[in-house]
Design a protein. Structure first.
Length: 123
C-alpha cells in the first residue's frame, strides 16, 4: 500500500520565485504584463512624486504600496497569480518588500538600483 501526501491547492509546494533584476529585465516583465509597484514610504512618494514609466509607448504610473504596509494587509489587493516588479528609490526597500511578498505567496522582483537606475537606463 503506497502512501502519498497531497498538498492542498491553496498551499504552494515551493515559495514563489522572484529575485533581483536589472532595469532591462524589469522592462521585459512589464511589457509581458507584470505590475509595477512603488514601495516607497508615503513621505517619499509625496516628496519625490509618483514613479512614471513607459510601457508599449504609453506612460503609466506605478501603484504605491509602502513597504511598511506589506505583511500588514497592504498586499491584500494583489492577485497572487500575477507577477510584480517592485521599485523604490535605490533598491533596498524593494528587496525587503520582495521577501515579505514571497512569505505570503506572491511572486515579485526587485529592480536593482531602483528608480535611480531606471531613470539612467537607456530605453
Amino acid at each position: 500500500m503506497s502512501h502519498t501526501t497531497s498538498i492542498p491547492q491553496h498551499v504552494s509546494a515551493a515559495p514563489p520565485q522572484g529575485g533581483c533584476i536589472s532595469v532591462e529585465r524589469a522592462r521585459v516583465l512589464v511589457a509581458a504584463g507584470a505590475i509595477v509597484i512603488d514601495v516607497r514610504s508615503d513621505y517619499d512618494y509625496e516628496r519625490y512624486g509618483n514613479f512614471e514609466y513607459e510601457n508599449d509607448g504609453r506612460t503609466e504610473t506605478a501603484v504605491n504600496i509602502p513597504v511598511a504596509t506589506i505583511g500588514k494587509g497592504g498586499e491584500n489587493e494583489l492577485p497572487p497569480d500575477r507577477e510584480y516588479v517592485l521599485i523604490c528609490q535605490m533598491g533596498q526597500c524593494s528587496k525587503t518588500a520582495m521577501r515579505k511578498l514571497s512569505e505570503v505567496g506572491i511572486k515579485s522582483y526587485s529592480v536593482d538600483g531602483g528608480i535611480s537606475a531606471w531613470k539612467k537606463s537607456p530605453r
